[in-house]
Design a binder for this molecule. Structure first.
Ligand SMILES: Cc1cc2nc3c(=O)[nH]c(=O)nc-3n(C[C@H](O)[C@H](O)[C@H](O)COP(=O)(O)OP(=O)(O)OC[C@H]3O[C@@H](n4cnc5c(N)ncnc54)[C@H](O)[C@@H]3O)c2cc1C
Length: 552
């Protein structure tokens, strides 16, 4: 007879609160919100692909968590008595991508997904334990490379798009490279898919998607808020970076019916940062992805409706409110709007840049990029904090790391702490008065020709990856001249709005030329481009939204 799945596997040690055991008192409180059930070996508590599933506490016995149930049967963890099952998708409402199967018979407490979200909102002690555990478990699962399978060529821009979309939304996936991984060929053959149809996503417990759009993939894995948008909300937040997430969180927590729409992934630019060292309350720094994950959960906990991927494409004034058209065809209507669409990084003006952009040129330096250029020589361009952080981070895993700056002084636009770290014996080779002249290589980048900004003299640096951090332009094309902008396209607010454009009296601080439309964070003209200031502005704007609503 086959042994039950997970036989001989030990329960994981509790690391950083990922696998806590609940006390008798805590379990008694959960039993009051659910029901006790007797379970037998082989019973399935939830299955990969389930659209909704319940929260379980193991009272007696043990449950195995399995990836690829029924085919590969990869055992991820075993949970014994007093531990609970479940992961971030339970609180976010995404579909299950793992299966929970009873190993040792016993008793479980079953609490519905809706009820456990209420517990998280109401019970401070349990909320702390559960939220911490699900976030930690998500990080562990991302590190394990479990979950949905993505098969494609690393040279394909669509492979890169899909991987980036999943990674930025903190969805665990397993990447299989057609060029390197024999399992990729085998999986394609079994599924009857030709290499020309790749990239392909094999959704755990779900469909096989051939080169899906981000929206189609999100739909299949159950990402983001579902169902029709409400007919009218008090507040629409456009953009889900730190500013938008703060606005959504404060809006919802202060009783406003709040809807946030985000085109790619909640977290924005900050979500792509490997480590934010200067955000209040995190003395050891925090990865942008983790900060974004926490904020997203917090905003959802207060009842904000978070829609992703949904890009705002146009805005219009209707009868006393605003209507925003989304790329998925929906129109959302709200009495007030907070624009938090941030900025995008500038590209270098170089011949042949596009050729290398799919594989060798990067605009963010997260763990994913560091893995891709592990052990390679890398070059970073830029003199700001993003460039400095990327250099420190990448220098730990690359063969060599050169930081090119146009001027002669690193401290001109970089925070002092970073300058000190770089200069204090780091492996970063700072090359002053240097700019990129040419990219050299066949399919992938091999070297970079750089020029002395003063003399024009050229030399060649070995480079398999180029990281570009040279400033940003705002995401404001969708709003056009519906509100006033500065010469670079950033939105004007408060006293900066020219008097002749202020429609309906002088705007409040952070309010644009249209009453009830506010701009916060990087998209706002003259804003300070930092996480803390974006969060501050997003929170402050909600106060002003209340004031504006009172006048409407
Ligand atoms: C690699 C990196 C490292 C950084 N490190 C630090 C640091 O250590 N400390 C620090 O203080 N700052 C840091 N910054 C800067 C900081 O991340 C930004 O200042 C901050 O993210 C700005 O927040 P925001 O919400 O205004 O905009 P963004 O973070 O740019 O977010 C805007 C969001 O709006 C979305 N969006 C755009 N257009 C639309 C549309 N039409 N419809 C719907 N959604 C849309 C985007 O997809 C994006 O998610 C870093 C930036 C980067 C890129």
């Amino acid at each position: 007879m086959d042994e039950p799945l997970g036989t001989g596997v030990d329960e994981p040690q509790d690391r950083n609160g990922a696998f806590p055991r609940l006390t008798d008192e805590q379990r008694a409180r959960l039993r009051m919100r659910g029901s006790l059930e007797r379970v037998q070996t082989g019973d399935i508590l939830f299955r990969a692909g389930d659209e909704t599933f319940d929260f379980f506490v193991v009272e007696e016995g043990a449950v195995t968590i399995v990836d690829d149930f029924g085919s590969a049967n990869r055992v991820i963890a075993v949970h014994g008595a007093k531990r609970f099952l479940g992961e971030l998708n339970l609180l976010r409402g995404d579909r299950a991508y793992l299966t929970g199967v009873v190993r040792d018979p016993g008793v479980v407490t079953r609490v519905s997904a809706a009820e456990i979200r209420r517990v998280v909102a109401e019970d401070e002690e349990l909320s702390n334990i559960i939220v911490r555990a699900v976030l930690e478990r998500r990080s562990i699962l991302i590190g394990l490379g479990t979950g949905h399978r993505v098969i494609g060529s690393r040279f394909s821009p669509d492979s890169r798009r899909l991987r980036e979309f999943l990674a930025r939304n903190r969805v665990p996936y397993h990447w299989l490279d057609l060029e390197e991984d024999p399992e990729a060929d085998e999986l394609l053959r079994t599924a009857g898919i030709g290499p020309h149809e790749t990239p392909v996503v094999l959704v755990s417990g779900g469909k096989t998607l051939r080169n899906p759009t981000n929206a189609a993939l999100a739909h299949e894995i159950g990402l983001g808020a579902r169902g029709a948008p409400p007919a009218m909300c008090d507040l629409i937040v456009v953009g889900g970076g730190p500013a938008g997430l703060a606005a959504a969180l404060y809006g919802a927590s202060e009783g406003l019916d709040t809807q946030a729409v985000e085109s790619i992934a909640f977290g924005g630019q900050a979500g792509t940062s490997s480590r934010i060292e200067n955000y209040l309350g995190f003395p050891a720094g925090i990865s942008g992805s983790e900060l974004a994950g926490r904020a997203e959960l917090q905003a959802a906990k207060f009842g904000a409706r978070l829609v992703v991927p949904a890009e705002a494409t146009a805005i219009a004034a209707e009868d006393g409110h605003y209507a925003i058209a989304l790329s998925n065809g929906d129109v959302v209507r709200g009495r007030t709007v907070i624009v938090a669409t941030g900025a995008r990084y500038r590209r270098l003006d170089l011949p042949g840049l596009e050729r290398f952009e799919s594989d060798s040129v990067y605009y963010a330096a997260t763990q994913a990029e560091a893995q891709r250029c592990f052990g390679d020589p890398v070059v970073i361009v830029g003199g700001g904090n993003s460039a400095g952080q990327a250099a420190m981070f990448l220098s730990r895993s690359s063969a060599s790391c050169s930081l090119l700056i146009r001027g002669g002084d690193l401290g001109k636009s970089m925070s002092r702490y970073l300058v000190d770290e770089i200069e204090r014996g780091s492996a970063v080779d700072v090359q002053a008065f240097t700019q990129v002249a040419e990219l050299v290589g066949g399919d992938a980048l091999e070297a970079i020709v750089v020029a002395d900004a003063r003399t024009g003299e050229q030399r060649t640096l070995p480079a398999k990856a180029l990281f570009v951090f040279i400033g940003a332009s705002p995401h404001t094309d969708w709003i056009g001249d519906f509100v006033t902008r500065d010469e670079d396209g950033f939105l004007l607010t408060g006293a900066d709005v020219p008097a002749e454009f202020a429609d309906g009296g002088r705007p409040f601080f952070l309010e644009t030329s249209r009453p009830g439309i506010f701009a916060v964070g990087d998209v706002r003209s003259t804003s300070i481009k930092r996480v803390a200031s974006a969060v501050g502005e997003g929170s402050m704007a909600v106060r002003l939204v209340h004031q504006r609503l009172a006048t409407l």
